[in-house]
Design a binder for this molecule. Structure first.
Ligand SMILES: Nc1ncnc2c1ncn2[C@@H]1O[C@H](COP(=O)(O)OP(=O)(O)OP(=O)(O)O)[C@@H](O)[C@H]1O
Ligand SMILES: [Mg+2]
Length: 465
């Protein structure tokens, strides 16, 4: 199958060819014709499989007839509205729209909170056909009367399950109330729960459910392993793995802003090239961190879940869950930052005894048993000042040593915890799913100018993590 078979405008095909895409991905092959026919879609496909182009390409095609070069704002009403949870994702999707539509006369921009609204007001007031937005900042624009949603033909909720959860739902409802009743609705995500499907039913009309893989499946080519490790030994294990396994780059997910900041600082002190992304950082710091990560200047990007969804970082080989997410869907998105567009990747998760229940929840969701790996050969001293090459060969890790007595600097460890020695038992009383997720990327974030630099991808982090 080729992109030609969709009947797309040659200007779109030219842009696709320049991106190096030779054939549509499975979600694109199934979604594009349905979207072109004007139908509502709930599209579920694994992370990194091209969902963005799955909705962007047919939207551009449908807007082809209204292309015009008129300077009048009235000739450029918002016709497609794309809502997503974080400002960096808004920028990324805006870049995709701009890339695929570069030969067309379609105006697009993104708006998100956390930055001055004034430049956005100017751009939006001048008229745009495709508006990419985080919900809170869009509502700010509506208050400023800079945008009118009365002519929206197509609504997209990217990361739709996140957009319909408790954190965003009130804003989404307010926005939807401003849209024409007759419109096309497109919902995409790598994860959908039954509850979200039910909620989505209130938005979609006769939707076509497109699921190209088993529901909530992780990306095919991501190798998943989990290391049982005590919380206070995670730092040492992380350093050991990075150095011993020669991990060139990894996103390391932690659950809290403070934990993320502390871990990044600690790793830096250990001589590793690390930086952090979380909601308490300034925009410029976030921009700098992501830029440095993308350029390879830093090897470890320590992140909260603000970086869990949608971010497309080329050739990112490894994701490490320093802590397991409490909502199992977040695991799918986190590890989906690697193994994208057919590439391979590694997902390494640490879990303490208290976190085992989350691992079981994750396995239940993704229907995959994650291989447990004993953490051998690392020095379980969390605050060791430096790592000496070869030391790991002499020392024995917590999982294969008899006693910890010779680790005199680690006074916390008195004796081996029998929990670590017990064989893994599948399905042993999985705990209830974690608390409802309200901490993700709350509404409004960002701002945005029409086309931001690559570094600005990070500028769009939401206020909270
Ligand atoms: N047909 C194609 N051929 C080759 N590469 C593609 C194709 N479509 C998309 N890609 C590339 O695949 C990568 C992942 O695409 P995209 O970000 O849309 O994934 P996604 O399904 O939205 O993932 P996530 O669930 O993480 O948001 C991007 O780098 C994109 O350029
Ligand atoms: Mg995506």
């Amino acid at each position: 199958m080729s992109f030609d078979s969709f009947g797309l405008d040659p200007l779109i095909l030219k842009a696709i060819a320049e991106e190096g895409y030779t054939e549509p991905t499975p979600i694109q092959a199934q979604a594009i014709p349905v979207v072109l026919q004007g139908g509502d879609v709930m599209g579920a496909a694994q992370t990194g499989t091209g969902k963005t182009a799955g909705f962007t390409l047919p939207i551009l095609q449908m807007l082809a007839p209204v292309q015009n070069a008129s300077p009048s704002p009235a000739r450029h009403p918002v016709r497609a509205l794309i809502l997503l949870p974080t400002r960096e994702l808004a920028l990324q999707v805006a870049e995709s729209v701009a890339t695929y539509g570069k030969y067309m006369q379609i105006r697009s921009t993104c708006v998100f909170g956390g930055v001055d609204i004034a430049p956005q007001l100017k751009i939006v007031r001048a008229g745009v056909e495709v508006l990419i937005a985080t919900p809170g900042r869009l509502l700010d624009h509506i208050e400023h009367k800079s945008v009118n949603l009365g002519q929206v033909q197509i609504l997209v909720l990217d990361e739709a399950d996140r957009m319909l959860d408790m954190g965003f739902m009130p804003d989404i409802k307010r926005i939807i109330a401003l849209l024409p009743a007759k419109r096309q609705n497109l919902l995409f995500s790598a994860t959908f729960s039954e509850e979200i499907k039910r909620l989505a039913g209130g938005i979609l009309r006769n939707p076509k459910l497109i699921e190209v893989a088993r529901r909530n499946a992780t990306a095919d080519k991501v190798r998943q392993v989990a290391y049982p490790v005590a919380s206070d030994e995670k730092r040492a294990l992380l350093q050991h793995l990075v150095r011993d396994k020669g991990i060139k780059q990894a996103i390391v997910f932690s659950n809290t802003k403070l934990g993320t900041a502390r871990l990044a600082r600690h790793l830096e002190q250990q001589g590793l090239k690390a930086d952090a992304i979380h909601g308490d950082k300034s925009q410029s710091e976030r921009i700098a961190a992501l830029d440095k990560f993308k350029s390879g200047e830093i090897e470890l990007l320590i992140a909260t879940d603000v970086a869990a969804r949608g971010l497309d970082i080329q050739e990112m080989p490894c994701v490490i869950n320093y802590e397991l997410p409490h909502a199992p869907e977040d695991y799918v998105h986190r590890i989906g930052r690697t193994g994208r567009a057919g590439a391979e990747g590694d997902a390494i998760s640490f879990y303490s005894p208290e976190e085992e229940k989350y691992l079981l929840d994750i396995e239940k969701l993704i229907k995959v048993k994650i291989e447990r790996v004993a953490a051998r050969g690392f020095e379980p001293v969390a605050d060791e000042p430096s790592f000496h090459a070869g030391r790991h060969e002499r020392s024995r890790g917590r999982f294969d040593r008899e006693s910890t007595s010779r680790h005199t600097r680690n006074t916390k460890i008195e004796k081996i915890d029998p929990w670590f020695l017990k064989p893994y038992e599948e399905g042993s009383a999985p705990a209830a799913a974690g608390p409802p997720k309200t901490d993700g990327n709350p509404p409004p974030a960002a701002t945005g100018t029409k086309k931001a630099g690559v570094g600005a991808l990070l500028g769009g982090l939401a206020k909270k993590t």
